[in-house]
Design a protein around this ligand. Structure first.
Ligand SMILES: Nc1ncnc2c1ncn2[C@@H]1O[C@H](COP(=O)(O)OP(=O)(O)OP(=O)(O)O)[C@@H](O)[C@H]1O
Length: 629
């Protein structure tokens, strides 16, 4: 019975292949980086498994990668003696993309080849990049521990389908042969291949070998011998001295571990000694991955113990709000057989996590101070995630707070550039609080009536509109001894900014408008907690507020849209006694007063960002009032 089977690629794979071939033709050689990375991962995995099951290595204990080429047949072969794949593995890995962020990636494509090439680079193409240079790809693989006749052959032209067959393979591991297309033929050159391989693999600890070539005097060409020669340095980059590592090598190592096509924004490399001994090489990427906000997203730090790879995305090594960091941590203290469960409990890991978080914060501080343009780009990509740290990592709250950037009424721009230190340096005489407003969008925040008095008095207000803001601010109450105060909540005391004359005037109008406040309170008693006079408004007749310690309407709406049960919190209606509309309401007769009161409240709610429960009723009332003018 034949074991051959023809199978279709998952739709996303087909799309990715199409896109890749059209967008990455100017970046062809990356297929080598991707395939070498995979081969190196496969060897790392086997070395790790063999800690527990030494028999998996058998006689073949020298893990390595071999790259060869055949000019006559126009092929390149990348071969490793790593973990290999079973038939199920092959079907699962070489026919589908099962990665978080896939949906977001496809949704973000623009159709513009240049932009899409950039996005594909961020997403990572992995194995499929072979099809940039190959018209056919053959994979021969045998999983460590399986018999020679349980090997698998996978063949595809990279169109819609592939065939898979059970075959015999003498040695463990994976061999990938690329039958080059015309574009790929330029790689049939030993010198060129070596040069690219060195660039892409100098930093990995595994030996990468190619057939030794010698100049044949008679034939006057290079001739291959049967010997293999080492192409890369084959010692792990992070174990070398900083001074021996070039920028280029740091960048290539980043691309190797992150599968990102772009250079990193910055990195930090340290050997830590003391209670716990470890090396860290941590990078900040330029762009956010597609799954940054995905709860199940992978973390980007690989754990090594004494240079042996232990696991990917070891989430215990850094706090969650630093999940955008990529890199490696190599511990000298942890046991080689460490598991995720042990990691959770380990004191060494706790020390590593705290030390690494501090390092990342230092790296960001340095970026903010010395490379402001790069920091701005970091903030645009990852600022929202860093803000989670205000709640998650209170021991570093002050350092995180200094790294925050906001939009503000100072420049009225949506781009978040204002630091708390900038704000404090601009505080008015007598001002002892940092004022902010949170709204659904920057536009909503900027046009809020709550800002009127602050604009009039020239007091700066931070304009917050990221989803995480309201939550994060629950944990963040003071900065350098100054409390942070929401201007859209009740209990705002602006007396310090009023002169005697203003105070006197306020008292007079308040007295004057008292009967109106009582009438409003009676009519609106089911909809509001109370009605008050405010001096925070200048151009608007009224606004709604909640108590300083109550959940804001904006947060309640967010919780509601996330399907949570929310308490029914009635707002306080604050009215502006100096406004013409309020003045007019004093004369309104009893029959029309309820309409006036409800319209006043409804429009205050609308401005705040709420949706009216009954918009039709609002419009009817408004029309009745307009008709009667
Ligand atoms: N040489 C190999 N040996 C063993 N398994 C391999 C090899 N190459 C690929 N694989 C398997 O196929 C999977 C898919 O590879 P692919 O390069 O497409 O994505 P990836 O490496 O998981 O993702 P990314 O490249 O974004 O990190 C790998 O995760 C691995 O399980």
């Amino acid at each position: 019975m034949s074991t051959a089977q023809t199978m279709g690629f998952q739709t996303e794979v087909k799309q990715l292949l199409q896109l890749m071939i059209h967008s990455l033709y100017s970046n062809k050689e990356i297929f080598l980086r991707e395939l070498i990375s995979n081969a190196s991962d496969a060897c790392d995995k086997l070395r790790f498994e063999s800690l527990q099951y030494p028999e998996l290595l058998a006689e073949d204990t020298e893990l390595r990668i071999r790259v060869s080429y055949d000019e006559a047949n126009k092929t390149i072969t990348i071969e490793d003696n790593g973990i290999g794949m079973s038939r199920e593995d092959v079907i699962a890995h070489l026919g589908t993309i099962a990665r978080s962020g896939t949906k977001e990636f496809f949704a973000s494509l623009t159709g513009d080849q240049q932009k899409d090439a950039q996005l594909i680079g961020q997403f990572g193409v992995g194995f499929y990049s072979a099809f940039i240079v190959a018209k056919q790809v053959q994979v021969l693989t045998r999983k460590a521990g399986l018999a020679a006749n349980e090997a698998v052959k996978w063949v595809s032209e990279g169109q819609g389908e592939y065939t898979i067959d059970t075959v015999t393979k003498e040695s463990r591991g994976t061999s990938i042969t690329l039958f080059l297309n015309e574009d790929g033929e330029e790689f049939l050159n030993g010198w060129k291949l070596k040069e690219i391989l060195r660039r892409y693999s100098d930093h990995i600890s595994l030996p990468v070998q190619m057939p030794k070539e010698e100049y044949d005097q008679e034939a006057q060409t290079m001739k291959k011998s049967n010997e293999w020669e080492l192409v890369n340095q084959a010692n792990a980059l992070w174990t070398r001295n900083k001074s021996d590592i070039s920028e280029e090598q740091y960048k290539e190592f980043y691309k190797h571990i992150s599968h990102d096509f772009n250079d990193p924004l910055t990195w930090t490399h340290n050997r830590v000694e003391g209670r716990s001994e470890y090396t860290q090489l941590l990078y900040i990427p330029k762009n956010a991955p597609f799954d940054l906000y995905d709860r199940d997203a992978k973390h980007g730090v690989k754990l090594y113990v004494k240079r042996v790879f232990i696991m990917d995305d070891a989430e215990q090594l850094l706090p969650n709000y630093l999940r955008f960091v990529r890199g490696i941590i190599d511990s000298a203290d942890l046991p080689l057989n460490v598991s995720r469960e042990i990691l959770q409990e380990s004191r060494d890991v706790k020390t590593i996590r705290e030390g690494s978080a501090k390092r990342v914060l230092s790296m960001l501080e340095d970026l903010a101070e010395n490379r402001p343009a790069d920091y701005a780009s970091f903030w645009a990509e990852f600022g929202q995630v860093l803000k989670e740290g205000l709640g998650e990592d209170q021991s570093n709250q002050e350092r995180i707070a200094k790294l925050l950037r906001f939009a503000s009424t100072h420049d009225e721009q949506a781009t978040q550039t204002v630091s708390l230190a900038d704000y404090v340096s601009r505080m008015k005489e007598g001002q002892d609080k940092i004022y902010y407003i949170v709204a659904e969008s920057f536009a909503n925040a900027k046009s809020s009536p709550h800002l009127e008095i602050f604009r009039k008095k020239g007091i700066e207000v931070l304009l917050l509109s990221d989803r995480v803001d309201e939550w994060a601010l629950n944990f963040f109450k003071t900065f350098e001894g100054k409390s942070l105060v929401s201007i859209s909540k009740g209990g705002l005391d602006l007396a310090a900014f009023e002169d005697e004359e203003e105070k006197k005037h306020q008292e007079e109008v308040a007295e004057n408008v008292k009967p109106l406040v009582e009438r409003l309170q009676t009519v609106l008693k089911d909809r509001v907690k109370t009605v008050e006079i405010t001096n925070r408004l200048v151009d608007s007749p009224a606004c709604v507020v909640v108590g300083q310690h109550e959940l804001s309407p904006h947060l309640l709406r967010m919780l509601k849209s996330a399907g949570q049960e929310i308490p029914d919190i009635k707002p306080t209606l604050e009215i502006n006694p100096n406004h013409a509309l309020i003045e007019k309401m004093k004369q309104v007769n009893e029959a029309d007063f309820a309409d006036w009161a409800n319209v006043l409240l409804d429009q205050a709610m609308l401005v705040e960002g709420a949706q009216l429960e009954n918009p039709a009723e609002f419009v009817q009332k408004l029309n009745r009032l307009l008709a009667s003018v």
